[in-house]
Design a protein around this ligand. Structure first.
Ligand code: SAH
Length: 229
C-alpha cells in the first residue's frame, strides 16, 4: 500500500510513523508512507498557501490552487483508490472503515489547517471525508496519524501472532476481554484464576462472557449492529 499525505506541517507526522508497528510495516515493504509539504506547491515567492476567508468570519483558509497542484502532481504519478480529506464533519472513523481502507492499494490524505480548506477542493477533488471524532483539532495531521495507524495495522503481515488484530475490540462488534500478565498476585490483587487453569475451553468461555458483559455495559450500540448483520 502507498499512502501520500499532504500537509502544511509534515514535521508533525514524522514521529508517529517512525516507531514500532508503523515503522516495521514500512521496513518490511508492506506500506510506503510519504509526506508532502503543501508549501512546495505554492506559486508565490513567500511560499504561502493560505488567505483570508471571504465573508465576515475571521480566519485563514488553505487555498484551492496549491492543493489542486499538489493533488494533480501526485495523481500524475500514482492511481489513488481514495483521496481523503480529514474533516470534523466527515464520516466517523470506525473499525469497519479502517478495515475497508486497509484493503485499498493507494490512498492520499489531505490535512486541513486554520479555518479549513477552500470548499471547492471538497467539491471537486476529494473522494471521501473522514473525521476521527466530534471535536475540533487545530489541524488534520493528528487525525491523519490516527487514520493511518488504524489502517496500516490491518494490512496482512504487519502484525504478528501476538499482536493479531483479530482479537482486538470492535473486530467482531465486541470489546476485547481484559488481559493480565505476571505476576499472578501483586499487592494482593489477583489475576482471575481461570486464566491460569490451563483449560483453554474454560478460558475461551470466560473471555467471551467478559467481552459480552463489557460490550453491554460500555458500548451497547455495538450489540444492535450484530443483529443488523
Ligand atoms: N472550521 C472547521 C474546523 C477547522 S480545524 C470546522 O468548524 O469544521 C482545522 C483542520 O483540522 C480541519 O480543516 C481538519 O482538516 C482538521 N480537523 C479538525 N478536527 C478534526 C476531526 N475531528 N477529524 C478530522 N480532522 C479534523
Amino acid at each position: 500500500m502507498q499512502i501520500d499525505i499532504i500537509s502544511v506541517l509534515p514535521e508533525l507526522l514524522q514521529g508517529p510513523f517512525a516507531h514500532s508497528i508503523l515503522k516495521r510495516a514500512q521496513d518490511k515493504g508492506l506500506v510506503s508512507i510519504n509526506l508532502h509539504h503543501l508549501r512546495n506547491y505554492s506559486t508565490n515567492r513567500h511560499r504561502s498557501v493560505d488567505d483570508y476567508a471571504f465573508g465576515p468570519d475571521a480566519g485563514m483558509v488553505l487555498q484551492v490552487e496549491p492543493i489542486y497542484r499538489a493533488i494533480e502532481d501526485l495523481k500524475s504519478r500514482c492511481h489513488y483508490d481514495e483521496i481523503i480529506y480529514t474533516s470534523p464533519d466527515g464520516e466517523l472513523l470506525t473499525q469497519k472503515l479502517a478495515n475497508e481502507l486497509s484493503s485499498k492499494q493507494n490512498i492520499m490524505v489531505l490535512c486541513g489547517h486554520y479555518k479549513g480548506i477552500d470548499h471547492r477542493v471538497r467539491e471537486h477533488l476529494i473522494t471521501r471525508e473522514v473525521s476521527i471524532g466530534d471535536y475540533v483539532l487545530s489541524g488534520g495531521e493528528l487525525a491523519a496519524a490516527v487514520i493511518v495507524d488504524s489502517v496500516v495495522r490491518l494490512i496482512p503481515g504487519v502484525l504478528n501472532d501476538e499482536t493479531s488484530a483479530l482479537s482486538d475490540s470492535f473486530q467482531d462488534n465486541l470489546l476485547a476481554p481484559p488481559v493480565y500478565s505476571r505476576p499472578a498476585v501483586f499487592n494482593g490483587w489477583e489475576v482471575p484464576k481461570v486464566l491460569m487453569s490451563g483449560n483453554f475451553k474454560e478460558i475461551e468461555r470466560w473471555q467471551m462472557e467478559q467481552a459480552l458483559e463489557r460490550t453491554k455495559r460500555l458500548r451497547p450500540h455495538l450489540l444492535d449492529s450484530v443483529d443488523e448483520q
